[in-house]
Structures are given as C-alpha cells and as structure tokens.
Design a protein around this ligand. Sequence first.
Ligand code: PMT
Length: 221
Amino acid sequence: PVVPDLAGRHVVVSAGGTREPLDPVRFLGNRSSGKQGYALARTAAARGARVTLIAANTGMPDPAGVDVVPVETAVQLREAVLKAAADADAVVMAAAVADFRPATYAAGKIKKKDNQDPEPITLVRNPDILAEISAERARSGQVIVGFAAETDDVLANGRTKLERKGCDLLVVNEVGERKTFGSEENEAVVLGADGSETPVPYGPKEALAETVWDLVARRLE
Ligand code: PMT
C-alpha cells in the first residue's frame, strides 16, 4: 500500500527536452524522452499530491490525475514553471533545458545555396530556471530539486552544480548506455545542500522517483 505522504501538497515536475527553433522546420534539441519526469509525476500523484507536469516535447500520453502543461522552448518552460511554482510545495526539474538558443529565428526555411559555405549559427544564453526559482523562492519552505546528467567527475561536478544553482537537492545521474537519456532505467546519487548523499542503485526510473519524494517529504514535514 502506498502511503499518501504528499496528500494536500502541490508539486511541480518538469520533463523532457526543450527544442530551440532555427526556422519553421529545424531546431536544436537533446535526447531527453521525458520518462524520468513522467515517473516522478506518476509516483507523486500515487502518494496523494496534486501534480503539475510541465512537459517539453515528450510525445507521451498524459499520466492519469496529473495537470499537464505542454511547452516547446526553454523560455516557454520558464513561464510555465514560474506560474505553477507560485503555490507549489516542491519543484523538481527533471527536464533537459537548452542552455543556449539560436540568436535569430528565420521565418522561412533556411535554404542551401550552391557553392556557398553554410552560415554559422550564433547562440544566445537561455534563462537558468532552476537557479532563478532557487534564488527567489515563491514560498518559504518550498523544496527545490534539480537534476544533472554528467559524463565525467560526476560527483564533484554535481556538488559544484548544487552550490551554483542553490537548490536543496540535486539528482546526479551519469550518462550511459542503459541509463539516463531515453532508457527505462536509471542510477543516481542524490546530493543534499546539507551535505547528504543518497545513492540509488540501477533500477526502474520509478525507484529513483520514489527516493526523490522520500527526501522531499522529509524536508516538508
Ligand atoms: O527524459 P529521460 O529520457 O527519462 O532522461 C532523464 C534525464 C537524463 C533528462 C534526467 O534524469 C536529467 O538528468 N535531467 C537534467 C539534464 C541535464 O543535463 O541538466 P543540466 O545539467 O543541463 O541542468 C541542471 C539542472 O538545471 C536541471 O535540473 C535543469 O532542468 C536545470 N536547468 C538547466 C538549464 C537551464 N537553462 N535552466 C534550468 O533550469
């Protein structure tokens, strides 16, 4: 039996990967499927929470009993997160958000011209949503969780990122063949701003989600 330890709570989860358009047919994107974020949304709903799921390009059916807000770009994701976070007890940012977007959007499809080198793509910075909501908490006691997908020096990079972003918990997952992006399984260490480290062994994304909610629920008590 599931303990309804999130009953009466509003939690916000972001999932998927943002797409930053270049022209009407092309974008810069990433390999996030949204599975980890959807697992977080489903498990929170099962534990009694009211859940707002901000979904970036996931193409998955809406989980039952969850409010889904579809978005495409990092700027749209920011708007949706800020709006939903206003009365949230916890915010979990599992989405892979583009750090940069093309400086310009071509209203017509960019054409290939014979005998001409391609135009370079100039990028500009996107807002850092996790850092922003952590610095300006919408409610006191709000618990904010970030994710970090790393390829090397995983824990050291995670610790630095946790401090830079200012969130309460950071889930560090190593990019690998059968984990993180796109797969059904994951493996992670959850770092706490209090110095704690909670390892989560390789297993279904639901198991990692349950550990995240255990840690969040303890901080909300
Ligand atoms: O979707 P799946 O296929 O299931 O894969 C899950 C996942 C690998 C995408 C997920 O587990 C994960 O690790 N998500 C974060 C990916 C990442 O590399 O994040 P980051 O290191 O670029 O960003 C760190 C944190 O800041 C994240 O919580 C991110 O949501 C947030 N961020 C990043 C950039 C930005 N401009 N604004 C942000 O809020």
